[in-house]
Design a protein around this ligand. Structure first.
Ligand code: GLN
Length: 267
């Protein structure tokens, strides 16, 4: 049986994600159909979904107009299918967003976190930085020899508050900029809320470049130990990255996530 993986194609970097997913799928035994999702009917065919970067206020508006907001919430929070959001996609998958559009913006939710939009400032403050993402060890034979991942941050959000106290304990790895965590418990709750939040990527030493971010920083209630920002996390079926793996030649995160999709389909 082929697994159908959808990419929400309302706006933003969906074509880049589709291309990376197709390249990654070529490394796996399982057959995949990669499809663009613009309607509730297309979403209903999907076993898993990627929500790309772009602009979360636009995504939210277009999802509402196309009747997808309710079906997306159902997909993520009721059916609890594997869903990955990058950048604006991560914002959509968070329960709360700060520096949101005036009057608020509709989110899908699924991650018990608050994200801070545009944490590092405007487009011109975009940057690329290498992070050691130890979770990729799940699909690589020797994590320590795996090269760091080139992370592209464009008007990126970070997680500035954890809304639940069910967080996996983290232990810094010899000063590395990543905190390694065990794989999910084998009793594997597929709940988003109710599952532990796993912090999978921390960015150290890059400070917020706007006032709201500085305020959010002081308001942070539960944070990682140290001064890092959470830029990758998972809670149950929901995975989020602040950065854009689809804008690099490196398909390791797409490969890792497709493997998670395969595992979820076998439950
Ligand atoms: N590259 C991106 O996806 C940027 C996200 C954007 N800051 C937003 O609020 O949606």
């Amino acid at each position: 049986m082929a697994l159908t993986v959808g990419v929400l194609a309302l706006q933003g970097g969906f074509a880049e994600h589709l291309s990376c997913l197709r390249k990654a799928a070529a490394h796996l035994e399982v057959k995949f159909n990669m499809v663009e999702v613009r309607t509730p009917e297309q979403l209903a065919t999907c076993h898993a979904l990627v929500i790309p970067g772009g602009e979360s206020t636009t995504l939210s508006l277009l999802a509402t107009q196309s009747g997808l907001l309710g079906p997306l919430r159902d997909f993520v929070k009721v059916k609890r299918k594997p869903t990955w959001g990058t950048c604006a996609g991560l914002i959509m998958l968070s329960e709360e967003a700060s520096s949101a559009k005036r009057g608020g913006q509709e989110l899908i939710g699924g991650l018990d976190v608050r994200v801070h939009r545009n944490h590092f400032g405007r487009q011109k403050e975009s940057f690329v930085t290498d992070l050691n993402l130890a979770f990729l060890a799940e699909s690589l034979t020797d994590a320590m020899r795996a090269p760091p991942f080139p992370c592209v941050f464009i008007r990126a959000p970070v997680v500035d508050k954890l809304l639940a106290d069910n967080v996996e304990e983290t232990s810094p790895e010899n000063g590395a900029d990543f905190q390694s965590l065990p794989s999910p418990a084998t009793n594997n709750q597929t709940l988003a809320q109710g599952s532990k939040i796993e912090v999978l990527g921390i960015l150290l030493g890059r400070h917020a470049s706007n006032k709201a971010a500085a305020a959010a920083e002081t308001a942070r209630s539960v944070s990682t130990k140290g001064d890092g920002d959470i830029v990758a996390l998972r809670q149950g079926n929901v995975f989020g990255t602040s950065f854009h793996p689809e804008l690099t030649e490196d398909i390791r995160i797409h490969l890792w996530w497709l493997e998670q999709v395969v595992h979820a389909s076998m439950k």
